[in-house]
Design a protein around this ligand. Structure first.
Ligand code: 5GP
Length: 194
């Protein structure tokens, strides 16, 4: 029997929907699922660690890497660049490990065009009001940035029908259960040609 290749699990969610916490808990509680660490040009938020949350790089460095085709996908989000480093992910997939990408809708749609073995999951906040509340409570963004993030969120939510699964994050534990169930089911999936 040939060795099974890994799958990509792509998770998108509006900013402030609790995606970071969910993804961290998911990789911790599921075997052989590795979270890809993106590169970004945005400044670290308080508490974020270089190499853990993101790899923080300057814009010229990002552009250089992008020109060298080092990203599986990349996107400009809120005026900053974000990209998924390709080499390590392809190595993990080849050796049979599953990889979790936490990326925006633009990036997810770019991956779709690559026709890789990938599962697309969209996390919805319980409501737009709740999202606004979470962004305000996070207090890392200015009022203007919050408005900007909310406008983008609404646009992103309208793309959720392009995903394979939608998980509503009203309670961390139940959203996590749903995510784990998706991973387990997808690992058991039989490929069909019809
Ligand atoms: P934040 O600045 O709040 O951490 O992330 C802003 C948005 O960028 C989020 O939707 C996040 O998922 C997305 N993002 C993070 N890393 C990447 C990446 O490598 N590629 C793309 N396309 N989006 C990313």
């Amino acid at each position: 029997m040939t060795k099974k290749k890994g799958k990509l699990f792509i998770i998108s969610a509006p900013s402030g929907s609790g995606k970071t916490t969910l993804c961290a808990n998911l990789v911790e509680s599921v075997d052989s699922l590795y979270r890809s660490i993106s590169m970004t040009t945005r400044a670290p938020r308080p508490g974020e660690q270089d190499g853990m949350d993101y790899i923080f790089i300057e814009k010229p460095e990002f552009i250089k890497r992008q020109k060298r085709n080092e990203f599986l996908e990349w996107a400009k989000v809120f005026n900053e660049y974000y990209g998924t480093p390709k080499k390590h992910i392809m190595h993990m997939l080849k050796r049979g490990s599953d990889v979790l990408l936490s990326i925006d809708v633009q990036g997810a749609m770019k991956i779709k065009r690559l026709k890789l073995d990938a599962v697309y999951i969209f996390i919805l906040p319980p409501s737009i009001e709740m999202l606004k509340e979470r962004l305000i409570n996070r207090s890392t963004d200015s009022k203007k940035a919050i408005q900007q993030r909310l406008a983008v969120s609404k646009k992103e939510i309208s793309c959720s029908d392009k995903y394979d699964y939608i998980v509503v994050n009203n309670r961390l534990e139940s959203a996590l259960d749903s995510l784990r169930a998706v991973v387990v089911a997808e690992r058991c999936r039989v490929k069909r040609n019809h």
